[in-house]
Design a protein around this ligand. Structure first.
Ligand code: SF4
Length: 65
């Protein structure tokens, strides 16, 4: 199983991921992005968001059970 994550130590809240893949990211009260869904991670918008993050804060990791 895969897990979508945002590294909040890298994110600076530019909002790119949330506009590219609004089903998967939102900007939280802290002004930083958070992953809001672990569904449908094969959605190309998710990979576009990963590729578009200027600081490489978004990862899709293989999760160990
Ligand atoms: S694109 Fe990257 S830096 Fe911008 S809000 Fe999303 S995770 Fe944060």
């Amino acid at each position: 199983m895969k897990e979508l994550k945002v590294d909040k130590t890298k994110c600076f809240g530019c909002g790119a991921c949330a506009s590219i893949a609004p089903d998967h990211f939102t900007i939280g009260d802290d002004g930083l992005s958070e992953a809001i869904s672990q569904e449908n991670l094969d959605d190309p918008n998710v990979q576009n968001a990963v590729d578009s993050c200027p600081v490489g804060a978004i990862t899709i990791e293989e999760k160990k059970n």
